[in-house]
Design a protein around this ligand. Structure first.
Ligand SMILES: N[C@@H](CCC[C@H](N)C(=O)O)C(=O)O
Length: 274
């Protein structure tokens, strides 16, 4: 039986989205990893499945998988893409996304431009999670990164020059640092102004991507905690820009940026190893 998919991206962070609301498709972690392979599969940074929602206020239950087949609680760029998809399906401009990290509310700013309320950042060491108690604003790792969870674990390094650290060199080891029991996404940020930063992210389970939405939220939260930027900040990544606001009144983080459908297609799950 053929499975339909949407190929989507947010700032070049790309996804295969499979709708399982009416029919499950036997998508094991190994099969997802094979489908994510850019040479022998469809190719994408993350694989996303949609199932019926069971939480109040949610239109759909969204699951995010990395290219290695592991699951993550959050994916900012894919959240915008799924909201855009559902908005076009329903004709509404407000969509509730149930994720493993909670229900996120998305608003369509205009066609193809979406704001997602990514909720509260988790700043406690056990919430990130870290392997032992320590100050999440100054991790005991060379380079002095800060950590926070946006529903998934992030560490952010603040660089003195844009290319002071190369994500593809430092990222793989840091992702597996013993301080991160669930591994971590590693951000490399350079503050350009009080309202702008440059960011590259080595993503857990997917490697260097062109943009990371949750990583951008984490970088702004960590930069605000360190007094480096204002609460609204433009994050410039290889694939383009996101505007992130860490709202003062309720502590929620809002992420605004594009969502694009590249093409649709079909595949046969049985053609990929289970
Ligand atoms: N690209 C994402 C994050 C995807 C999940 C991440 N690699 C993890 O394992 O937590 C984004 O846009 O947030």
């Amino acid at each position: 039986m053929m499975t339909g998919f949407f190929k989507m991206h947010g700032l070049g962070n790309d996804f295969v989205v499979v709708d399982e609301r009416t029919h499950r498709h036997d998508l094991t972690p190994a099969r997802i990893a094979a489908l994510c392979d850019r040479h022998t599969g469809i190719g994408c940074d993350q694989f996303v499945t949609l199932r019926p929602a069971c939480a109040q206020g949610a239109d759909v239950f969204v699951r995010f998988f990395n290219a290695d087949g592991t699951e993550s609680g959050a994916c900012g760029n894919a959240s915008r893409c799924v909201a855009d998809l559902l908005a076009r399906e329903t004709g509404r401009d407000s969509i509730g996304l149930q994720t493993r990290a909670g229900v996120l509310h998305a608003t369509i700013v205009r066609p193809g431009m979406v704001t997602v309320d990514m909720g509260l950042p988790r700043q406690g060491w056990a919430e990130v999670p870290l392997a032992h108690a320590c100050d999440t604003l100054h991790l005991p790792i060379t380079g002095d990164p800060a950590a926070v969870s946006m529903g998934n674990p992030h560490a952010t390094f603040f660089l003195t020059a844009p290319d002071a650290m190369a994500p593809e060199v430092a990222g793989p080891e840091l992702e597996h640092h013993p301080l991160f029991p669930e591994r971590a996404n590693i951000g490399f940020a350079h503050i350009a102004a009080r309202d702008a930063m440059r960011l590259r992210v080595w993503e857990r389970g997917s490697g260097l991507t062109r943009a990371c939405g949750s990583g951008a939220c984490a970088a702004v939260v960590n930069a605000v905690r360190r007094g480096l930027v204002e609460r609204t900040c433009t994050v410039v990544m290889d694939g383009g820009e996101l505007v992130i606001t860490w709202r003062e009144d309720d502590g929620h983080v809002l992420m605004t940026g594009p969502a694009v459908t590249s093409f649709t297609g079909t595949f046969s799950p049985e053609d990929y190893p289970r």
